[in-house]
Design a protein around this ligand. Sequence first.
Ligand code: ATP
Length: 290
Amino acid sequence: MIEINNLTKRYYSLTALNRVSLTIPQGEVLGLLGPNGAGKTTLLKLIAGLIYQDDGRIHPTTGKWPLIGFKPERLLFPNHLSVRQYLALIAGISDIGKAETERIVTDSLAQVGLLDAADKRISACSKGMRQRLGLAQVLIGNPPLLLLDEPSNGLDPEGQQEIHQVVKRLHAAGKTIVMSSHHLQEVTEVCTRIVVLNRGQIHYENSMTEALAVQANTRIRADRPLSAMQAQLQALHPEIEIDGSIVVLRNEAMRLRRQVMTMLLYANYDILEVRQARATLAEIYAEAVN
Ligand code: ATP
C-alpha cells in the first residue's frame, strides 16, 4: 500500500530516522517497536504527511494516496463536549455533510464499542474511553490506512484488551494499520508484521508468524543429567543441544523428536516432560535493540 525508500529525517543536528526503507502491505497490522526516541512517532508523522523528510521517498504503491487516519500519541479533547458532539465536530471539519454526520458518527462509535457512552461528556470519560474516542475520530471518513501512535498507552490491562479487540475488528474489516507500541504482548496479539526501530534505523523486520516460528524448539526433559548421552545425541544432528537433563532440538532437528526420545528410553532414562516452545517477541526485541 505504501512504499518507503531511504527515508531520512533530521531535527537540527539529530538524525531521528536514517535511510529507512519499508513496505506497508495492504491488509497488514504492522507493529512498530523500539525504545524511547527510536523514531517511531517520526515515521508515523512522515507517513501521515504531518512533517516532511530531509531525504528519501514515501509513495503509495497504487499510485494514488489512500485516505489516512492518524491517532497521535497524546490526545487532547474539548472536555465540555459530549462524545457524540465532538465526533460531529470532527465530521464537520472533514467536510461530511449534515445529513450523513449522524450515521457516520454512530458507525464509528459502534466500531470502537462506545455507543453506550455517546452522550457522556468527555470530561467524564475514563482513559480507556478517551483512547477509544481517539480511534473513533480516526475512523471518520472511513480511511483504509490507520496510523495509531501507542493506542493503548496508559491503560490498565482491561482497557488494553478493549483496544486490542477494536484493532482486531478493524483489521478484520479490511483496514491496513500501522501502530507503535511498547507492549510486546499487545504486538504479539494484534500485529501481523513487526518492525523494530532503534536509533533511527530498522533493526528487525518480519511477519509475526515467521518471527515467532523461526526460533522454535522442542525441549525434552529427562529424569537425570544427560552428559553421558551428549556425543551420541549430537551425532544425530548439529542442532541438538544438551542442557543438564534437557535435550533442546532446534529447527530441522525438531523432526528427530521421536528418535531422540526412543534413544533416551533405550538408555534407561525416564522422560518427564516434552515441551514445544516458540521464540517470544521479548527475545527477538532484546536481540534487535542490543
Ligand atoms: P517514544 O517511544 O518515546 O514515543 P519514538 O520512537 O516515537 O519515541 P520520536 O518521537 O520519533 O521517537 O523521536 C525520535 C528522536 O527525535 C528523539 O530523540 C526525539 O527527542 C527527537 N525529536 C522528535 N521530535 C522532535 C522535534 N520536533 N524537535 C527536535 N527533536 C525531536
